[in-house]
Design a binder for this molecule. Structure first.
Ligand code: NDP
Length: 313
């Protein structure tokens, strides 16, 4: 059965929920599909100290629950469901949810975010759910008083290492460069934490262990004259090496860059397809912050409203 809507929002991070707040207050009766991870990436972080309006900070899950409630207060129709296919060849656009239900819509706000990347070594799959994780907040609890490693040198890796240091006995950070890419404040917190040991210029070759992760084989200064093989004993191996934008199902129609970020007209959420807008991390290789995602979600809803009024006139 096909359902007809005026404004479909796909994805439920800060961008999607903010778009839903604005679109519902503009009487566009938006329908929002939450996707596989309701609330998006922020539900996997702990403290959020930089979202304006929270002088004492908040947590990712709380912030997302508040945004969701705020959107529902104005009548946004928020639904469980994952978009599995799209046909954006002509308006009204067709979107399939969970392989069954078809929605016909005049406009779409794509706010599908980005997904954690893995190194691509076979052991990540072998030990998936048995010591390998891409979310410290989700799985850190299982490693209380144990040894863990976090791969990456960005803000996410630092944040995860600090979080894990609150639970585990020892945290290694495996960083491929001789420096951290993270902001100065996060670097300072890492260096001050006595439980965290940063292994600069190390790369992961593989994981060891009977059934569950018990260690990692690393190489230090790979390819250099003083290259060294290093083994660390760990119980958990956490990936924090960046994200891939969730744009694949829109690609045949919506232009993306070589990484997959949806291209928008600079300063606007407009894509190359009329009536289709992109907001948040799926279109943002630069800032990737909750507040910038929320900002572009607001822009997208305003653009939807303008597009529909022009069309309907
Ligand atoms: P980043 O892209 O900033 O960092 C990724 C890290 O992973 C880099 O150290 C990178 O190394 C490393 N890496 C990438 N691929 C590999 C690989 N194959 N093997 C080993 N290491 C690898 O991603 P983040 O997720 O950390 O951050 C994304 C954005 O979100 C940033 O703008 C960040 O500032 C922001 N952020 C902000 C937070 C906050 O303000 N509270 C919290 C978390 C994120 P290399 O440096 O060598 O490329």
């Amino acid at each position: 059965m096909t359902e007809k809507v005026r404004c479909l929002i796909i994805g439920s991070g800060p961008a999607g929920y903010t778009a839903a707040i604005y679109a519902s207050r503009a009487n566009l009766a938006p329908v929002l599909y939450e996707g596989m991870q309701p609330g998006g990436q922020l539900t996997t972080t702990t403290e959020v100290e930089n979202f304006p309006g929270y002088p004492e900070g908040t947590t990712g899950p709380e912030l997302m629950a508040d945004l969701r409630k705020q959107a529902q207060r104005f009548g946004a129709d928020i639904r469980y469901g994952h978009v599995t296919a799209t046909d954006l060849s002509q308006a009204p656009y067709k979107v399939t949810v969970d392989g069954e239900k078809v929605i016909e819509t005049d406009t779409i706000i794509i706010s599908t975010g980005a997904t954690a990347k893995y190194l691509g070594i076979p052991d990540e799959t072998k030990y998936a759910g048995s010591g390998v994780s891409a979310c410290a907040t989700c799985d850190g609890f299982f490693y209380r008083k144990m040894k863990v490693a976090v791969v990456g040198g960005g803000d996410t890796a630092c944040e995860e290492a600090i979080y894990l240091a609150g639970l585990a006995e020892k945290v290694y950070m495996i960083v491929r460069k001789p420096f951290l890419r993270a902001s100065k404040i996060m670097q300072e917190r890492v260096f001050k934490n006595s439980k965290i040991e940063v292994l600069f210029e190390h790369e992961t070759l593989g994981l060891t262990g009977e059934k569950v992760v018990q260690g990692a084989n690393l190489v230090k200064r790979r390819g250099q004259a003083d290259e060294e093989q290093v083994h660390i004993e760990i119980d958990g191996f956490f990936l924090a090496i960046g994200h891939k934008p969730n744009s694949d199902i829109f690609k045949p129609w919506v232009e993306t860059d070589e990484v997959g970020y949806i291209k928008t007209i600079p300063g606007t959420p407009k894509t190359n397809v009329p009536g289709i807008f992109a907001a948040g991390d799926v279109a943002d290789p630069h800032y990737r912050q909750a507040i910038t995602a929320a900002g572009t979600g607001c822009q997208a809803a305003i653009e939807v409203e303008r597009y529909l009024s022009e069309k309907e006139l």
